[in-house]
Structures are given as C-alpha cells and as structure tokens.
Design a protein around this ligand. Structure first.
Ligand code: NAD
Ligand code: MG
Length: 386
C-alpha cells in the first residue's frame, strides 16, 4: 500500500521539494491532496502531474478559476477556503500531512490533522511557536506523531534515535547567521529587502528568508525545539555556523555530542519525515568535508534583537510567543512591502509585546484572540512609523 500524503502549501519551497521526493519514489507514495493560498496556475499544473483526489485553494475568490483549469479532470475534487483546508486533512485515506504552509494560518489545519490521528510532518514552525503547549498535548492525546522537517530539528531528531531516556545536557542549534552576519548596526539600518532575500546557504520562501536575516527564524526554532524535544530554552545553545553543514547536535550527560551533517538540501529532512525510520536513496550532492571547513561563532543578541526577543518570549511563556509571531508576521510583510526598515522590525515587535495583554491560558481561543490583537497593535505601530 502506498502511503497517502496531503501537502498543505504544495506550491511553496518545501511543498515543491516534497513533490520532487514523492515523484522519485512514486512506488511508495501517493499525493492525496494539494493545497495553495492563491497560486492557482501552479496548483492546477501540480494536480495534472500528481492526480490527487483533491485540491484546495485557500483564497475562495480563485475557486472558479481553479475549477475551470481542472474541468477536464473530474476525478480531482476542487475545494476552496479555510474550512476546506481543515476538512480535507481529516480525509480517511490520508496517512501523513506535510504542513508546508507559511504562518499562523497553519495552526487550524494542523490541529484538525492531529485530531484525525494523522502523522504530522511539520515544516510550519509558526504552529509550534504560537501554540506549542496545545499542539503537544493534542498530539499525545490523539497518538499523532510529529516528525520535524525543519533541518535543525530533523538533525536533533536523528541524533536522538536509539537514545531512549538518556539525559540530554544541551542542544546545539546551528544557524547560518544569514546575509547580515558580519554587518554593523549602521549597515543594518539601511539594508533593503533585496539584500535580505539573498540568503547565503538556503533557498527558501520569502517570509522565512527575511526571518533568517533578522534571526527571528532562529528564535522560533528555539521555541520549536523546546516543544518538540521537551527541553528548556536554557539548555538550547544557538551557534552561528556559516557553512550550514552541521544541521544541529545533541550533547548527552556523558559529554558525548551527536549531530547530523550534510549539504544544505531540504529534500533530505523532507524525505526522512516521509520514510522514517527507514532511509531511501536520494540523488544529490554529497558532503565533502575537505571542501568545507566548519566554523562556529556566538550570536550577537544586540545586533540581532529579534533573537533576544524570542528568548524573552519563551521566558515569559503563555501567549507571549503568539504575540511575537503575530507582530513578526506584520513587520515581515511590512519590510517586504518597503513599509518599514530592517531594524524597525525588532522595535515594533518589542512594543507589541509590551502592549498586548499577557495570558497564561494555553487554549485555542486565547491564541486566536491574541493573534488578532497583536496584529492590530503591530499594524498600528507600523502605520505610525514606530
Ligand atoms: P513558501 O512561501 O515558499 O510557500 C508557502 C506555501 O504556503 C505556498 O504553497 C502558499 O500557497 C501556502 N500558503 C501561504 N499562505 C497561506 C495561507 N494563508 N493559507 C493557505 N496556504 C498558504 O514558504 P516555505 O519556504 O516553503 O515555508 C513553508 C513553511 O515551512 C514555513 O512555516 C517555514 O517556516 C517552514 N520551513 C521552510 C524551510 C525552507 O527551506 N523553505 C525550512 C524550514 C522550515
Ligand atoms: Mg531551520
């Protein structure tokens, strides 16, 4: 029996690489459903190629267009809207759901997939940032395994295989440092979105590329690691590693350090999430350590304020990471639309953290209300140019 996979966000960077993996191993995997936000043409092309049972376009205004593009393929069911995303992941034949959509929008369909007992291949880190406690509780209540796709978390996951309950002393979470690793504050004040979109080692979607340049991405990954591996943030050390070869590591109680290395290629963690505990052949460049000297540096929390704010959010807990995520989604878009400067992103996030009411309740309604309020506050600050 082929494993049936649902891909949320199939037209994105992770989504398209997942489809490459699936087409390499079409004897093992079948696409049950493909979804996208608004890119109808790409979604229809993918559907034509992979013949899923269903496609969903989140933007309801694009429904007719998508339906028209697939009118000669009546076997593919076409749906639109957020509710359809929540419903499709519950479909009985689906074994695994790859959450490769971007942002807070991933939260609701991920919860529905967990409640339907699906295996979650988790790329959408924002879901764990916003609602880590709730997601982990639901995953354990519903026996829904969460397998990380983020390269660092896949590396930690791989380092923990066979370790049972062996105590972890710390996690070494690596970061490339992004394109501005060696910039001064003066230089950071004037960088443009084009500069920020030029990531030195990974080719990813725009939102995560900006988050990598500000290092908010690494802050989110600390939160993600905390929930995935049940480790306090004080035991997670962020290391700048410009080569992106050691994808992360775990230090155990005997001082032994186990890590996972490889060339930066997201197909590796995506494929492993689909095949775990097995490994399958993957075509691609192989690591040559003679060509890649490995370097490590400490992160600069003054220059990369977003990373410090994420640590603060973890310390405060409750809805604070949700506030940071919402404010970050607003300033990230603001920066991409030339509505704010690079350093302003951290300033607005910090002000939003101080203005939105704190709550220690970890339920879905609290996250929804917090997200809406934090977006409103951050948007207002953005408009005021603060
Ligand atoms: P991307 O922007 O390339 O693609 C995003 C996908 O999500 C697209 O298919 C888009 O149509 C869909 N989408 C966007 N907004 C949506 C919405 N509101 N509702 C429904 N669908 C929506 O992003 P990406 O780089 O592939 O990243 C996807 C997720 O994976 C993010 O959470 C990111 O943090 C995480 N991630 C990405 C990488 C990477 O290498 N790209 C690595 C680690 C983790
Ligand atoms: Mg990562």
């Amino acid at each position: 029996m082929k494993k049936q996979i649902a891909i949320l966000g199939s037209t994105g960077s992770i989504g398209t690489q997942a489809l490459e993996v699936i087409s390499e191993h079409s004897d093992m995997f079948e696409v049950y459903c493909l979804t996208a936000n608004s890119r109808v043409k790409e979604l229809a092309d993918q559907a034509r190629r992979f013949m899923p049972a269903a496609v969903v376009i989140a933007d309801e205004n694009r429904y007719e267009e998508l339906k028209g593009l697939l009118s000669d393929l009546p076997d593919i069911k076409v749906y639109a809207g957020k509710k359809a995303l929540d419903e499709i992941v519950e479909a009985y034949p689906i074994d695994m759901v790859l959450t490769a959509m971007v942002g807070f929008a991933g939260l609701s369909p991920t919860i529905h997939a967990i409640k339907a007992h699906k295996i979650i291949c988790l790329a959408n880190k924002e879901t764990l940032v916003v609602a880590g406690e709730l997601i982990c509780r639901l995953a354990s209540e519903n026996d829904a395994p969460i397998i990380p796709v983020d390269s660092e978390h896949s590396a930690i996951f791989q380092s923990l295989i066979g370790e049972g309950d062996n105590p972890i002393e710390k996690i070494l979470l690596t970061a490339s440092g992004g394109p501005f690793r060696n910039y001064t504050m003066e230089q950071l004040a004037t960088v443009t979105k084009a500069d920020a979109l030029r990531h030195p080692t990974w080719h990813m979607g725009a939102k995560i590329t900006i988050d990598s340049a500000s290092m908010m991405n690494k802050g989110f990954e600390v939160i993600e690691a905390k929930w995935l591996f049940g480790i306090g943030a004080d035991k997670i050390q962020v290391l700048i590693h410009p080569q992106s070869i050691l994808h992360s590591a775990v230090q155990f109680c005997d001082g032994s350090v186990k890590g996972q290395l490889g060339v930066p290629d997201m197909r590796i963690p995506i494929q492993l999430a689909f095949t775990y505990p097995d490994r399958l052949h993957l075509n691609g460049e192989r690591l040559d350590l003679l060509k890649h000297p490995l370097e490590f540096f400490e992160p600069d929390l003054e220059k990369f304020r977003c990373l410090a704010l994420a640590f603060e959010a973890i310390r405060k807990g409750g809805n604070m990471p949700c506030i940071v995520n919402a404010a970050n989604e607003i300033v990230n878009r603001g920066f991409l639309e030339d509505r704010c400067g690079f350093l302003q992103m951290g300033e607005i996030i910090e002000k939003t953290m101080n203005r939105v009411a704190f709550s220690s309740v970890s339920d879905y309604d609290t996250y929804i209300a917090t997200d809406a309020e934090a977006r409103r506050v951050a948007e207002e600050l953005l408009k005021q140019g603060k």
